[in-house]
Design a protein around this ligand. Structure first.
Ligand code: PMP
Length: 307
């Protein structure tokens, strides 16, 4: 996905020009994937730009770091203030924000203990991750031949740079086969999630999504959509979903910071419901879009106004 550079990048506590936000070739993370990152969105609202669930994202960054024994030398509060300052200084309105912390340069070898930890926060404009048409009409997905990595092999519920080789393999395969996105099954063959999204299924008016112990990333959008759905009177269960249950679904959709609420209209060449976004998906998508734009007073505290 092509992006437009912005003016400044936050690095280890100071603002630096975009073009200087570079990394040495011997950074440990580049070789061994030893970093953690986040994806956050900032939306234009009637009261100016507001970052959605900022604190939760920075808390998850710290939690992911803990999973790889990395200590980020910036508190959650500092990272939240840095992010808001970055959006302000770059005069951005709606944008995508990418914080990343990783083991830098200290020599060579797999053990990163004692290596410096570098932190960057980058912000730039970004549209619909799975396309405007996908948001409106739904996307076509397939079940990947790649399994979601097992939490016995890596901390699969943390957002670790190296873990995304798994996602990259799955999305490359999906695109090569003419699909928009992949669904990965976990090591026991149950549905896990997309390459960068959590998945939801609707059947007979009931909403289901795989539980955290399916080895998924605990999505922040997933939590928000569960809350919005329950508040709207829908029953939501966190339960294991098999591949064949997907084929019986009335509706399927993905959630994620980048993907927001994206309907799925086809899975493994089988039409989902009538082949267009279903009523529950559309209702939740509408409510989510209103929420992130500050139009739902009951969820206004989910937004952090940049000021
Ligand atoms: N699963 C994976 C593998 C992801 O990369 C993401 C994106 N962070 C998600 C789910 C959705 O998480 P969130 O709603 O917190 O963006």
């Amino acid at each position: 996905m092509h992006i437009q550079p912005s003016e400044n990048v936050w690095k280890n506590g100071t603002m630096i020009p975009w073009k200087d936000a570079t990394v040495h070739v011997l950074a440990h993370c580049l070789h061994y994937g030893t970093g953690v990152f986040e994806g956050i969105r900032c939306y234009g609202t009637a009261k100016g730009p507001a970052v959605f669930k900022l604190r939760e994202h920075m808390e998850r960054l710290h939690t992911s770091a803990k999973a790889i024994n990395m200590s980020i030398p910036h508190s959650v509060d500092e990272l939240c203030s840095a992010t808001k300052a970055l959006v302000r200084e770059n005069r951005l309105d709606s944008c995508y924000i990418r914080p990343i912390s990783f083991f830098g340069v200290n020599g060579i070898g797999v053990n990163p203990q004692g290596y410096p930890v570098e932190t960057f926060v980058v912000a730039f404009p970004m549209g619909a991750y799975l396309g405007e048409d996908g948001l409106r009409n739904g996307i076509r997905v397939h079940t990947s031949s790649w399994r979601r990595m097992s939490s016995g092999a890596v901390p699969a519920t943390a957002k670790i740079c190296g873990d995304y080789v798994n996602s990259a393999l799955a999305v490359m395969e999906a695109k090569s086969n003419g699909f928009d996105e992949a669904i990965l099954l976990n090591d026991i063959g149950m549905v896990a999630e997309g390459s960068g999204e959590n998945i939801f299924m609707v059947r007979n008016g009931r909403i289901a999504t795989p539980p955290l112990n399916a080895g998924i990333l605990p999505g922040i959008t997933r939590n928000c959509v569960i809350k919005i759905a329950r508040d709207s009177g829908y029953e939501v269960v966190e339960d294991h979903i098999s591949r064949s249950e997907l084929y019986l679904a009335d509706e399927l959709f993905f959630t994620g910071t980048a993907a927001e609420v994206t309907p799925i209209r086809e899975v493994d060449r089988r039409t989902v419901g009538p082949g267009k976004p279903g009523p529950i998906t559309s209702a939740l998508q509408k409510k989510f879009q209103a929420t992130v734009r500050g139009e739902e007073s009951q969820y206004i505290e989910w937004l952090d106004f940049v000021g």
